[in-house]
Design a binder for this molecule. Structure first.
Ligand code: HQG
Length: 188
């Protein structure tokens, strides 16, 4: 099967939308960890979007395998988005001890609010953090061509009772993070 990068991106966006933001539109149910039956999911995507040729398991796997970001997981014939959710019921993630330092890339225009209120989940269920600076810069560039990089002291935050959760190898999640647990650092 040969699929263009454009097709993969289109399918990936629909997958993210269904699994992170609007499962109701697809009439799929997510379990407490965000998983849903893979065949039902594929049928639902085909029903809503009329993919031509119809979406198959192989196509979904192709999309996942060709992505730099590990957005989805498949296990026991079920699929989930690993982070990014905005649906009302909180999706559970595995609590774990993160690396001592994590990063968050954001826009210059958000700084006054972030410095005052801390990092908030905003439209999503959790604050998203990156394991390395380069990834944080990429994340921040989605909001500002000259993003600001924040360095998070996860040990201090954990000692203060903040729980961190694993999204994937590069993405960590947490609830709101008060300003004294992070500082602005240079981009290189
Ligand atoms: C900012 C993408 C004002 C926050 C990425 C961010 C990531 C505040 C924006 C994942 C604030 C929310 C998530 C406050 C936080 N006042 N602004 N108090 N606290 N913010 O997109 O972290 O490609 O919801 O700094 O790679 O940018 O979709 O979160 O700039 O992993 O797979 O509010 O989404 O992955 O923006 O990105 P977002 P994010 P995908």
């Amino acid at each position: 099967m040969i699929m263009s990068e454009r097709s993969r991106k289109f399918i990936s966006k629909k997958m993210s939308y269904a699994l992170r933001h609007n499962p109701d539109k697809y009439q799929i149910q997510l379990d407490e960890y965000g998983y849903t039956d893979l065949d039902t999911f594929i049928r639902a995507l085909n029903r809503v979007h009329h993919f031509q040729p119809a979406l198959t398991r192989a196509a979904i796997k192709d999309v996942i395998d060709h992505s730099v970001k590990q957005r989805f997981a498949i296990r026991n014939n079920q699929i989930a988005a690993l982070y990014g959710h905005s649906i009302p019921g909180i999706i559970k993630h595995r609590p774990a001890t993160p690396p001592a330092i994590l990063y968050h890339g954001t826009a210059r225009r958000f700084l006054p609010s972030i410095e005052k209120l801390g990092l908030l989940p905003m439209q999503r269920q959790f604050v998203h953090l990156s394991t390395d600076r380069a990834t944080a810069i990429q994340v921040g560039r989605r909001h500002d061509h000259q993003p600001v990089i924040l360095q998070v002291d996860t040990r201090a935050a954990a000692a203060a009772g903040i729980t961190f959760y694993i999204g994937n190898d590069q993405v960590w999640l947490c609830d709101e993070l008060p300003p004294h647990f992070f500082k602005i650092i240079p981009k290189n």
